[in-house]
Write a protein that binds this ligand. Structure first.
Ligand SMILES: C[S@@+](CC[C@H](N)C(=O)[O-])C[C@H]1O[C@@H](n2cnc3c(N)ncnc32)[C@H](O)[C@@H]1O
Length: 302
């Protein structure tokens, strides 16, 4: 009986988030459900299935508890090195040596003339990834003030997003950040450190369910004429999806990339098992994917 109910709940979870609890992962679902039922003081799994069927709020709470949120600063450092040493100089060259020279000469330019950098960080968990990206830009771009940068960082888990928005981390978690960067971009707090505004203002945190994006939804509050992202980080997210949803995500994300834009996936998520038209960059110990300039994908305009 419980197996049937577990199956129904796993199916509901898959439909609502694409998270897969098939096969050996069923035991994880069971133990996380047990915890939730304990909290609610419910003994009856069938009753909980009914609650899920009629309460979107309960579905959201359960999804939050079913997510795996492990993350850390500068995870997969090879990718960050490639970003800084290859991609950022290429973006600077492509988006206007002339404008940078003007800034270098001290000329003040109104913000519409700034070079634009749009980054998506999908499945940002507690924020270590977008803060790592933001610090890399501030350190690696020759004239960061000449750029209008937005890192759109979203996650399914609302509890993770709250932590991410606060930008406060315990000392233990800050280990991956060079000390000189910590001094520059954070302020000490009782338990650790909190990111300062220079970093925070580059990031816009949003609730995000990739299932909605895969089903054709757009991203909230993008500027008029938004045509796509320069970079998409979607790392260590699709490993939690079943193969068909993974392929659908691999089909969807490049449509949101500008021609020439880059997709970063997790260490355990090389795309060679999937159909795609991206250029594969094998750099140091990692893979990065680039949308070719000529690809005729439909561009998004919001
Ligand atoms: C293991 S963490 C990875 C965090 C970070 N990207 C990294 O690589 O360190 C996976 C994150 O993906 C999020 N996630 C899972 N399914 C999602 C979905 N359908 N939409 C958005 N985020 C999702 C989880 O909530 C979790 O925070």
């Amino acid at each position: 009986m419980d197996e049937r109910i577990l199956h129904d709940i796993a199916e509901l979870v898959r439909q609502e988030s694409r998270l897969s609890f098939a096969g050996h992962k069923r035991a994880v679902l069971k133990s996380r459900l047990d915890k939730r039922l304990d909290t609610l003081g419910m003994a009856d799994l069938a009753g909980y299935r009914e609650l899920l069927r009629c309460s979107g709020e309960e579905v959201a709470v359960l999804l939050d508890q079913l997510t795996t949120n492990e993350t850390y600063f500068f995870r997969n450092p090879h990718q960050f090195r490639y970003l800084r040493e290859v991609i950022m100089p290429a973006l600077e060259a492509a988006q206007g040596g002339a404008m940078m020279l003007a800034w270098g000469g001290g000329e003040k330019r109104p913000s519409p003339d700034k070079m634009r950098l749009r980054v998506l960080c999908a499945g940002c968990a507690t924020g270590e990834e977008p803060y790592s990206i933001a610090m890399t830009f501030l350190e690696g771009l020759r004239y960061p003030k000449a750029w209008d940068i937005e890192i759109l960082a979203g996650d399914l888990s609302s509890s993770c997003l709250r932590t991410a928005m606060a930008g406060a981390y315990e000392t233990e978690k800050l280990k991956g950040i060079p000390l000189s960067w910590l001094a520059k971009y954070t302020q000490g707090s009782a338990a650790g450190a909190v990111f300062n505004e220079e970093v925070k203002r580059l990031i816009r945190f949003i609730p995000l369910n990739l299932k909605d994006i895969m089903e054709g939804a757009g991203f909230p509050d993008m500027a008029p004429g938004f045509a796509g992202f320069d970079l998409i980080f979607c790392r260590n997210v699709m490993i939690y999806f079943a193969a068909d949803s993974q392929q659908q995500l691999v089909d969807t994300l490049p449509r949101w990339l500008l021609p020439g834009g880059y997709l970063f996936t997790g260490d355990a998520e090389p795309l060679h098992l999937f159909a795609h038209d991206l250029r594969v960059i094998h750099a140091a110990d990692c893979f990065i994917y680039q949308k070719t300039e000529t690809e005729q994908d439909e561009q998004h305009s919001q």
